[in-house]
Design a protein around this ligand. Sequence first.
Ligand SMILES: [Zn+2]
Length: 59
Amino acid sequence: MIRVEEHDNVRPVCPHCNQPLDRLTRTPIQVTLGKAFAWSCPHCRKVLGVTHRKGFWMG
Ligand SMILES: [Zn+2]
């Protein structure tokens, strides 16, 4: 079991450029079903992750 700790004062760090992240760049991706976004570092613009919501019933 892994517990989640929330820290408002700890900034995530970009694994590519090692800059602390206080914001992310969100770029919409064209998909046929739902909405998808690429989340990238505002400093080096490398993609940190992609989220895809297929619909309101699937989260
Ligand atoms: Zn970066």
